[in-house]
Structure formats: structure tokens, C-alpha cells
Design a protein around this ligand. Structure first.
Ligand code: MN
Length: 253
């Protein structure tokens, strides 16, 4: 098996190292990752300056671009052959609910999928500051999940799996739960500050998060209950229910 790894925390991230260690037990690993932090860059593509991949070891490149750039470059230029899977992460912090719309980790997996390669995004759903120590404890969890998802009898078409690992010791994990995206509410995520010249500036991030639903099948609830959460995602944002009920609200032109 040939595996392409990327992430959005940058090539030096401990989460990527944890993913590499697990993936190496499954097959031949290629890493193409951003040369710096690219969290919350979503699915952005660098179009206004060129990208320079730097090969830093065998089967390992860093790129001065976004996670999406990395996967595109890997699949269309750097890898000698197509990988069987694109794996992204392990992100330092959760990617649940609406997070997936901002996440560079999930976007890297989406880009793999958009280019026809089955993909899995993995995130450590705990505090970013504590991610380092606990991530190492989850080497076995990560390997087990990867083994399972890459050997499904039929990896579903047009699907990526979004995996979140609960922020508890590996031996406390209750199991794996198939979930749907929850809905989160951010508050105080904008902090007003003053620059060195006394002008107002704003820093996005931090604040607190609450969840609008606690349905048992949501990603958030699975993590809360100590389970690994696995959410199947697809790229089609069409609101099918609304479309199916068009006769109730749509007036033909
Ligand atoms: Mn990140």
C-alpha cells in the first residue's frame, strides 16, 4: 500500500510524526506537507505566486503552500505513482461540526478525494497545548483506525472519513462510533487588542465553544463519551432535503 501524508500544522508537527509512525506499519509512506503552520486555511489554493517543493529526505517534501497545494503537488507532480490513500493530520485540536469548513486538515483530505484518491482526515480532539504528550500515547489507536479504514470491504465512493480521537488516555477509549457532524457555537472568538502604535487590532481565535445539540450520533457527543468519532463526509454541499421538498417553497419561473 502507498500512502500520501499531509497536514495543516506544518511538517514539523508532532501529530504528523505520530501519523507517520502508524502509517509506516501499513505501507510505503510519502510526506508532502506545508513548511509552516497552515491551520484554518480551509481549501485555499495558492494561485498568485509559484510553489517551491523542497525534498528534505527520501519520499519527504516540504512546500511553501497550503495543505491543498501540498496534496495537489504530490498527486500531480512529486509522487512517482498514485497513492492508495491520502491521510491528513493528526491535527493538533478537534475538527468537528462546522470546524470541517475551516480546517486545512480536512481540506487536504478533500483535495485527495477531489483528485480521485480515497482520503482520511485525523484530528486529536483535545487542547492544542496538550496535544503533544497525549498524541504519542495514541500511536496504537491511530494505527488501529487506519488499519480498519484502509481495509474496509468497500471504501465508499466519493467519501472521506473525518476521524477525531478523544483527549483521554488510550486505554480509556470506549470504542469507535460512526457519527454525523454536530453543530457548534463559538463565543468571544474575537479579541480586540492594541498594536505598538496604539491602533486597534483584532485577533481571531481562542474564546470558548459550546454545542447546539447533544444527539448521541453527533461527533461531539462521541468524543464526550470517550469514543473515537468517525464521520463520513462528501464534497457535495447540495441541500438534498430542501431540493426534494421544492414543491413546498419553490415557485416555477
Ligand atoms: Mn491544524
Amino acid at each position: 500500500m502507498r500512502l500520501l501524508l499531509s497536514n495543516d500544522d506544518g511538517i514539523l508537527a508532532r501529530g504528523l510524526a505520530a501519523l507517520e509512525r502508524a502509517a509506516e506499519r501499513l505501507g510505503e509512506v510519502y510526506v508532502v506537507a506545508p513548511d509552516r503552520e497552515q491551520s484554518a486555511t480551509s481549501h485555499s489554493l495558492t494561485m498568485h505566486h509559484p510553489l517551491r517543493p523542497v525534498q528534505i529526505a527520501e519520499r519527504r517534501w516540504q512546500v511553501d503552500g497550503t495543505p491543498t497545494d501540498c496534496v495537489m503537488l504530490a498527486l500531480e507532480a512529486l509522487l512517482p505513482e498514485r497513492p492508495d490513500f491520502v491521510l491528513s493530520g493528526v491535527n493538533h485540536g478537534p475538527n468537528m461540526g462546522e470546524d470541517v469548513l475551516y480546517s486545512g486538515t480536512v481540506a487536504a483530505a478533500m483535495e485527495g478525494l477531489a483528485l480521485g484518491v480515497p482520503a482520511i482526515a485525523l484530528s486529536y480532539a483535545g487542547s492544542v497545548l496538550r496535544a503533544d504528550a497525549l498524541l504519542d500515547d495514541h500511536a496504537g489507536t491511530i494505527e488501529q483506525i487506519l488499519r480498519h479504514l484502509t481495509s474496509l470491504p468497500a471504501f465508499p465512493e466519493h467519501t472521506l472519513f473525518n476521524v477525531n480521537i478523544p483527549p483521554i488516555a488510550a486505554d480509556q477509549v470506549q470504542g469507535v462510533r460512526l457519527t454525523r457532524l454536530g453543530r457548534r457555537a463559538y463565543s468571544d472568538s474575537l479579541t480586540k487588542m492594541t498594536d505598538p502604535w496604539g491602533r486597534p487590532i483584532y485577533w481571531i481565535g481562542g474564546g470558548s465553544v459550546s454545542w447546539k445539540d447533544s444527539a448521541i450520533d453527533s461527533d461531539f457527543q462521541a468524543i464526550n463519551d470517550g469514543f473515537v468519532s468517525v464521520t463520513p463526509l462528501h464534497l457535495d454541499l447540495t441541500h438534498r432535503d430542501i431540493l426534494d421538498r421544492a414543491e413546498q417553497w419553490w415557485r416555477p419561473l
